[in-house]
Design a protein. Sequence first.
Length: 103
Amino acid sequence: MSFRTKDLARQRVDILIDNALKNARENMGLAQRQALIARRICMKFNIRLPYEKRQLFCRGCKKFIVPGINARVRLGNKPRSVRVKCLGCGHVYLKVVDRKPRC
């Protein structure tokens, strides 16, 4: 694959995920379809999604999740973490937050 095709694919993935986030409130089916197409493009062209966009996919069922719409986000105390629960499959995963600020 040439650099040009990967760059074009990256741009398309960004556009699709941004559109999916905009459409999630009104039409979740359309948003799911746009996110699925974006994931397929990433797999075909071997593109790694940035961390912020990777967090928008459930690690259990691989569906597109939007906090507040089809995902529940909670803050945990012990260990200090952010818990995300997919309301589709019920999978819960957490991201541990460091207590010490990075310098």
